[in-house]
Design a protein around this ligand. Structure first.
Ligand SMILES: *Cc1c(COP(=O)(O)O)cnc(C)c1O
Length: 318
């Protein structure tokens, strides 16, 4: 399949939602629905893979290997993309107690043809170590390696393209943050007048430091990198206890967003970011502003958690 068709983002609409208390203040909310790009694969993960895959093909790589946790949206995305592009792929998974039938995420990766290798936590901790990666490449010669979460230069430039699909002047944009790749892509390509607001989903996360180390690859200059990172507004209080943690209030919020505004969210990333955004927008500074929420996807993982917990947060309509 051609690259362009594989990474088509045609289905990602810009949805305007009317939240009465915000509309009354002249605040316009637009949701960039990258969750609609693909029914299973998390939207921002496509964006991060696009140029990595192109690079692998360019180098005539024999295959691709990458890294992820037991519920990784990135592993599923890589497995899908490699199946479509007919490139062999290997996923190194955190946890040597796991197997491909441990959960539906891993099962899906295996079904898509990804070879799964389970690493001890000690080995997995070395996933970004160049020597360790070289040692893995001895087993998989001429394989192209993609870091966990697609967090590299090519992932970043793929996320810059989001702005090309936004035909309005945006005053404030909000995005959930994990590895920082998506937020760094948005930050480095945003229109000068747009403020980027970042909501980390990890507790105790040094967003500034992580963004600096990734953007350094893009700008190749410490001073410019520092300046750009300084433009991001970081809201660190909406992690709900840390990665994959959530409470009743968040679940209630997800119900409301889905039933009232037709925006399905996931409990790990997008619900926290959307919740945080609404809290931030309560301040009077945002009157008459146009706001974009970047919906990065993740609904499949969210649905699986809901199933496991016996909860239903995407009630079927009508
Ligand atoms: C992976 C993921 C993120 C995190 O993106 P980063 O580029 O790692 O910061 C955000 N939202 C969803 C739904 C994801 O799957």
């Amino acid at each position: 399949m051609a690259q362009s068709a594989l990474f088509s983002t045609e289905k990602s609409i810009l949805q305007e939602i009317q939240i009465p208390r915000l509309s009354a203040r002249g605040i316009r909310i637009l949701v960039k629905r990258d969750d609609l790009i693909h029914p299973v694969v998390s939207g921002n993960k496509w964006r991060k893979l696009k140029y990595n895959l192109e690079q692998a093909m360019h180098k005539k790589s024999a295959g691709i290997f990458t890294f992820g946790g037991a519920f990784s949206n990135h592993l599923v995305a890589t497995a899908h993309a490699c199946q479509q592009a007919v490139i062999p792929c290997v996923g190194f998974v955190r946890g040597d107690e796991l197997s491909s039938d441990a959960n539906e995420t891993l099962q899906m990766c295996a079904d898509l043809g990804m070879q799964l290798r389970f690493l001890s936590r000690a080995s997995y901790a070395m996933r970004n170590d160049k020597q360790y990666i070289d040692s893995l490449r001895q087993e998989y010669p001429a394989y192209y390696s993609i870091p966990e979460g697609g967090a590299n230069y090519y992932g970043l430039i793929g996320c810059q393209e989001i702005w090309g699909e936004i035909p309005y002047k945006i005053d404030h944009a909000f995005v959930a943050q994990g590895t920082t790749t998506t937020s760094c892509g948005l930050l480095s390509a945003k229109p000068a007048a747009t403020r980027l607001h970042v909501i980390p989903v990890l507790k105790g996360f040094d967003a500034m430091r992580e963004m600096t180390s990734l953007l350094r690859w893009f700008y190749m200059d410490d001073e410019i990198t520092h300046e750009v990172v300084g433009e991001a507004v970081i809201h660190s209080d909406y992690h709900f206890g840390g990665y994959a943690q959530y409470d009743r209030e968040l679940v209630q919020f997800m119900h409301e967003m889905h039933s009232e505004y037709d925006v399905p969210l996931d409990p790990i990333y997008t619900a926290k970011a959307f919740y945080g955004m609404l809290q931030v927008l309560a301040a009077p500074d945002y009157d008459n502003q146009t706001v974009m929420f970047y919906h990065s996807g993740g609904l499949q993982g969210g649905a699986r958690i809901a199933q496991r917990e016996g909860l239903e947060w995407y009630p079927s309509k009508g």
